[in-house]
Design a protein around this ligand. Structure first.
Ligand code: MGD
Ligand code: MGD
Ligand code: MO
Length: 770
């Protein structure tokens, strides 16, 4: 008999159809106007041959005395062991590393998206376990927006993500806005996603409503498809990584024509004079006029002038996406976009001003926030050391060295044990060959994974975990604020256990089980977190747990604010409503950043040439700019083995989009298998030709499971198409130390001969113990 059960994921809420305990299919919810196509493919992936079925230990690690020989990580065979032995190995190794090298030698940053669910939150479980056990070195900021997170508090104050509640929402733009200029576009493919889940996808309808209300859209991006067709957006192709120069050219034009909002700049901002001196060339002898900007960005001077005029004469919004800041000097386009909006005259006015991340996730621009929902409780980490998230390879390779970070000096700690749970560094980190060299350094790498992806293959101990379909939990929506039940819709594959069960067993062995579990079972935890949320909201706000579990969704009350740092308040009365910056105003010039004395991040927005871009010397050898953006067919590397992603491949390879002119010059035709390469590495990909991509640019989405021909050998070709074999592991600047994945040059050539089989989804060799 068929049963229908609720499913919640980062790509939306769905209905699972289960027959006699078997998951048959996953269907969209009838009330979701734009369901994601990722979910149906979860069914076959749940039991494909890539599943990790039993705990497994790398052979060289198991046989090693002492167990510190890293050399073969990534190429070694694995030995399967029982859970009892696995728990013994991990708990003893944690004890050894802590007593010999200190608690800070355990790295638990474990960046990654894991799965939706308030209780089974992988990093939350790991951090709680490691903190109770003595502590761990953590990581700070995200691969998504590290540069933004560090620069914005200097410029507009407040929590790094508070801009999400301070920028105009889509419905306000529909009502009051006239012009949206979107640097990096508004790719709808990205708003399939919302961290932690969502009940309904809303961005598409909201964008449509803006267009129907007459709002004009300008898509400043190398890719036309970054704006939906129904927006009728003007497309201004921009040379990647030059948005700051484009914005400076617009700002200069506003300034010399006197179109800028002098009142707002003088009352609500500080440092415009210093910045204006830079704009007109008093600082470096270079006038940042429209012609200058045109020479850098590839956008016509007339178009730049026209934007300056329209931005200042209409109710306008300047939007920036996140990709523009995952680049060399990525702090600059974010800072400069705020300055440009402050000049344009709509800042702090209804439906106008500035905002970031619209359409990058469904909730952004949809709701200002959500009431707080209980999650697995955090425990303070006794270790204070942290690393900027993208500096993991540097840390492993250069312990003891110093790096700058937001005005501080950090010593890179010596890490002996890496514990990763809920992320995939061998997808997400830049320059994977460098990462795989760094990865040989620590004594031990422990990974919880459901699939034999590359991170699992590069581990010493792999513990198989149940997926979000294989445990009871509930998710919290954001854009359409609902709690969504996540009952277990299938049994865990093989001998998989939940992250929580694994940590509870380890905590028992290490003597702190009661502290870790608080003596609750998993189902008691889920009920407890729900009931705590309900109690905090007042008993009438939500149904009791049993009713919620039966009806599957419960609406959360709206978050009504106040939202500190509101820009309309600032415009109205900056004395009464100062921002949380040192000056209380928007910092066009930041004395704090200036005082750091960095050569790669000055006291005001500045154009710095990226290390790799189309006008760099390196472009003589590698003349194409690689855009490694988010995949339309999956979330990062998740469900690359699912049907939707597999269906997007070209003869098993990740699709690479290129302009027909660039292809013709290289003898490349549509559908061909090509080799994409630079000095850092190479990968195969299948070509799609498109005029919707500007010449000189190629696009290869992230997330194809890395498939090195000779794992462990530097530079070895990737058969599958992971762009991070080509990207540079270079910080944005000394300020944020963020990742700069979008600054990479490559070349592409036809691949001669029969391409090797893709083995990305094949498990490693499993051998009997010796
Ligand atoms: N070149 C380039 N690189 C990039 C980017 C880019 O634009 N260009 N973007 C960056 C960005 S924005 C991000 S956010 C990162 C994303 O990087 P990640 O967040 O690391 O990527 P995911 O593929 O989501 O990895 C999540 C992993 O957790 C596993 N998992 C899922 N649920 C659970 C669970 O319950 N328990 C456990 N133990 N594991 C679970 C999944 O199987 C998967 O392997 O990538 C970054 N990398
Ligand atoms: N389907 C899907 N959606 C996702 C994700 C996913 O994995 N899959 N990941 C989610 C996550 S974790 C994040 S952080 C967000 C990321 O959100 P974003 O960073 O905004 O997303 P991207 O797709 O990386 O980039 C969007 C577009 O920016 C353009 N772009 C790249 N470089 C430049 C540049 O230098 N200048 C300009 N003007 N444009 C440029 C590219 O054409 C690209 O298509 O997406 C989220 N949404
Ligand atoms: Mo991200």
């Amino acid at each position: 008999m068929e049963r229908r059960m609720s499913v919640a994921t980062h790509w939306g809420s769905f209905v699972a159809v289960v027959d006699s305990g078997r998951l048959v299919r996953i269907e969209p919810r009838p009330d979701d106007p734009a369901p994601s196509s990722i979910a149906p493919g979860m069914v076959t992936a749940a039991e494909d041959s890539a599943r990790v079925l039993r705990p497994a230990v790398r052979k060289g690690w198991l046989d090693g005395t002492p167990r510190v020989d890293g050399g073969a990580r990534g190429s070694d065979a694995f030995v399967e062991v029982g859970w009892d032995e696995a728990i013994t190995l991990v708990s003893e190794e944690l004890r050894r590393v802590r007593s010999r090298h200190g608690d800070g030698a355990v790295f638990g940053g474990s960046y990654g998206w894991a799965s939706a669910g308030r209780f089974h939150h992988a990093q939350g479980q790991l951090h709680r376990f490691l903190a109770l056990g003595g502590g761990f070195t953590d990581s700070r900021n995200t691969y998504s927006t590290a540069a933004l997170e560090v620069i914005l508090p200097h410029v507009i104050g407040g929590h790094p993500w508070s801009y999400q509640s301070r920028m105009p929402m889509w419905d306000e733009i529909a009502e009051n806005g006239e012009l949206v200029v979107a640097f990096g576009g508004l790719a709808l493919k990205n708003s399939q996603i919302n961290p932690g889940g969502l009940a309904k996808h809303q961005t598409q309808d909201l964008q449509r409503r803006c267009r129907e209300a007459g709002v004009r859209f300008v898509n400043v991006s190398p890719i036309r498809g970054d704006a939906a067709g129904f927006l009728d957006a003007e497309w201004l192709p921009v040379i990647p990584n030059t948005d700051t120069a484009a914005m400076l050219g617009i700002a200069h034009t506003m300034l010399v024509n006197g179109w800028h909002d002098e009142d707002f700049l003088s009352r609500c901002c500080v440092g415009f004079d210093r910045f204006a001196a830079y704009l007109v060339g008093e600082v470096d002898g270079v006038r940042k006029d429209a012609a200058w900007a045109a020479g850098i960005t590839g956008i016509d001077a007339e178009a730049i002038t026209d934007l300056a005029r329209r931005l200042t004469s209409k109710r306008s919004v300047i939007m920036v996406n996140y990709a523009v800041q995952r680049a060399d000097h990525g702090e600059q386009p974010i800072w400069m976009s705020v300055v440009l909006a402050a000049m344009a005259g709509s800042m702090g006015r209804p439906g106008g001003g500035w905002g970031a991340g619209y359409a990058t996730m469904d909730a952004t621009g949809v709701a200002r926030g959500r009431v707080s929902v209980a999650t697995i409780p955090a425990v303070p980490n006794p270790v204070a050391d942290f690393i900027p998230v993208a500096r993991i390879a540097d840390t492993l390779l250069h312990p003891g060295e110093f790096i700058d970070y937001d005005g501080a000096r950090l010593t890179l700690p010596e890490l002996r044990l890496i514990y990763w749970c809920g992320g995939n560094p061998f997808h997400h980190h830049q320059d994977l060959h460098r990462l795989s060299r760094a990865w040989q350094v620590p004594d031990t790498v422990v990974v919880h994974e459901a699939w034999w992806n590359t991170t699992a293959k590069f581990a010493d101990i792999v513990l198989p975990v149940a997926t979000g379909l294989e445990r009871d939990d509930f998710a919290a929506g954001f854009s359409d604020p609902h709690l969504v039940a996540m009952p277990k819709v299938r049994e865990p594959a093989g001998e998989s256990r939940t992250d929580h069960q694994i940590f509870a067993a380890l905590a028992a062995r290490l003597g702190f089980e009661a502290e870790f579990t608080e003596s609750r079972s998993e189902s008691e935890w889920v009920r407890h977190l729900y009931e705590r949320t309900r109690a905090e909201l007042g008993d009438d706000a939500l149904p009791g747990f049993d009713d919620f579990w039966r009806i599957s969704t419960a609406a959360l009350p709206p978050l009504t604010g106040p939202f500190p740092g509101d820009l309309a308040d600032l415009r109205a009365d900056p004395g009464r409503f100062p921002l949380a910056t040192p000056s209380g105003r928007i910092e066009i010039f930041s004395a704090a950043i200036d005082s750091f004395g960095y050569d790669d991040c000055a006291g005001h927005p500045t154009w710095f040439e990226p290390a790799e871009w189309l006008r760099a010397d390196l472009s003589d050898r590698f003349p194409l700019h690689l855009i490694s953006n988010q995949p339309a067919s999956r979330l990062h590397s998740q469900y690359d083995n699912g049907g939707h992603s597999l269906g997007s491949k070209i003869r098993g390879r990740e699709p690479l989009t290129m302009n027909p002119a660039d292809a013709a010059a290289r003898g490349i035709q549509n559908g061909m298998i090509v080799r994409v390469h630079n000095d850092r590495g190479s990968c195969l990909a299948g070509v799609i030709l498109s005029d919707d991509l500007m010449p000189g640019v190629v696009q290869l989405a992230t997330g194809a499971w890395w498939d090195p021909v000779r794992p462990g050998q530097s530079g070895t070709m990737d058969r599958h198409g992971n762009p991070n074999v080509l990207t540079a592991d270079r910080p944005c600047s000394r300020l944020s130390q963020g990742p700069s994945a979008l600054s990479a040059l490559v070349d592409v050539e036809p691949y001669d001969g029969t391409p090797p089989d893709v083995l990305a989804f094949a498990p490693p060799r499993i051998t009997p113990p010796s």
